[in-house]
Design a protein around this ligand. Structure first.
Ligand SMILES: CC(C)(COP(=O)(O)OP(=O)(O)OC[C@H]1O[C@@H](n2cnc3c(N)ncnc32)[C@H](O)[C@@H]1OP(=O)(O)O)[C@@H](O)C(=O)NCCC(=O)NCCS
Length: 188
């Protein structure tokens, strides 16, 4: 069982988020940036149409409904979460566990709600679960031109491990491979 009390403590300490609410159904609620409240819950199949609308606004080469369905239905362990403000979906994150690694496949925040700390909250949540699950390392790919995302990942301790040439199909842009060590069983 995930220890939400421990999570709450860490959030207050590391992100300076003032409080959280337990009563969110199938999820957890956070108060952030003053009195904004973000609920994070498991991504549901029924979220996909709304998520794809955000995807189209957030990316030049958006995932389709089929791409989300494939990742959600494929039988690997995953952490797929949806972020809601006042019951409206504003953010999502999809990551999969492969052996002792966690791969971040997708994260986005609706353009109207960017710059308020929502991605930090979503990423922090993912890393807390990764730590709890004793994931060894977390990997992701990001476009070399996506400076906002690169800064976000660096802020959370991700380091650039390499560059994949022509990784993105639409314009053959390179990807940076970024990784963060989470848990080393040989350390305390
Ligand atoms: C990248 C993205 C997820 C960030 O979401 P967000 O909610 O706006 O990010 P936050 O407000 O939590 O900001 C987190 C950090 O990201 C960086 N960042 C985000 N937006 C930024 C901007 N416009 N300029 C500079 N840095 C920015 C900063 O380091 C920021 O930390 P700070 O506020 O302490 O300076 C969002 O811009 C997005 O959805 N982009 C399109 C989809 C995408 O590129 N996803 C990543 C694919 S790898």
């Amino acid at each position: 069982m995930f220890d939400f009390d421990e999570l709450n403590f860490k959030i207050e300490k590391e992100l300076d988020i003032s409080a959280w609410e337990r009563q969110v159904v199938d999820g957890i609620g956070f108060r952030f940036a003053g009195d904004n409240r973000l609920s994070i819950r498991s991504m549901a199949l029924s979220d996909i149409p709304e998520i794809v609308e955000i995807e189209k606004l957030a990316f030049a080469d958006p995932w389709t409904e089929e791409s989300f369905l494939y990742d959600l239905l494929y039988p690997y362990k995953k952490l797929a979460i949806t972020g809601l403000l006042r019951d409206n979906i504003v953010a999502y994150l999809l990551s999969v566990f492969i052996a002792d690694e966690l791969h971040l496949h997708n994260i986005a925040v609706h353009p109207e709600y960017q710059g308020q700390g929502i991605a930090k909250l979503m990423l922090w949540y993912m890393l807390s679960v990764a730590q709890y699950e004793r994931v060894g390392v977390c990997h992701l790919e990001v476009r070399v031109s996506n400076q906002n995302a690169i800064e976000l990942y660096k802020k959370f301790g991700f380091e650039i491990l390499g560059q994949r040439r022509g990784y993105y199909q639409n314009n053959k842009e390179d990807a940076l491979l970024m990784s963060k060590k989470i848990f080393n069983e040989w350390e305390t």
